[in-house]
Design a protein around this ligand. Structure first.
Ligand SMILES: Cc1cc2nc3c(=O)[nH]c(=O)nc-3n(C[C@H](O)[C@H](O)[C@H](O)COP(=O)(O)O)c2cc1C
Length: 158
């Protein structure tokens, strides 16, 4: 079983989403001069997107600092990203960037503080995800075996 690590700015949309998930969650500090924390167990990262429609700045600086520490990066298992659909193709872009850089699945994306349906989907998806992480199937059956977890929610993120 893992946990959540998240960043949320002063608008606190992501915090309000994470608080409804009911998993142990470590919040990354807003203050750029604060020490970046160390993750103690595998985690899924939840982050908003801040690029204003572009790649530059899409991943918040405290998230970059946190992931720049190899001791944290080694424990990331997946990413969930937030954003605003007004940004079109850049909606929740931070999730794609982090997934590519850290080679972990982009599990889900949601808008602003998320809907009750988003919360329910992520709760159930994470429960299946951590169970699957605890006992991964042999690699050659992973793509073909029916009944494997439907999280990552591919249809949600692409
Ligand atoms: C300056 C600024 C830039 C943003 N850029 C993007 C963006 O490129 N893509 C996106 O999907 N959302 C973007 N957003 C929307 C935020 O990701 C969204 O409001 C999010 O819920 C903020 O989370 P927080 O309140 O936890 O910080 C931007 C918001 C601001 C204020």
């Amino acid at each position: 079983m893992g946990g959540l690590v998240y960043f949320s700015s002063r608008s606190e949309n992501t915090r309000r989403f994470v608080e409804r998930i009911d998993e142990t969650a470590l919040r990354l500090p807003l203050d750029p001069s604060a020490d970046t924390p160390l993750a103690r167990r595998p985690f899924v990262l939840v982050t908003p997107t801040y690029g204003g429609g572009g790649v530059k700045g899409a991943v918040p600086k405290p998230v970059i600092r946190f992931l720049n520490n190899p001791l944290n990066r080694i424990l990331i298992r997946g990413v969930i990203a937030a954003g605003n659909t007004n940004f079109g193709d850049a909606f929740a872009l931070a999730g794609r960037i982090i997934a590519d850089k850290c080679t972990v699945p982009f599990l889900y994306r949601f808008e602003l503080l998320g809907t009750p349906e988003d919360v329910e989907t992520v709760k159930q998806g994470l429960a299946r995800f951590w169970t699957a992480q605890a006992s991964p199937p042999p690699p050659d059956t992973a793509k073909t075996t029916p009944g494997l977890p439907t999280f990552p929610l591919q249809e949600n993120v692409r």
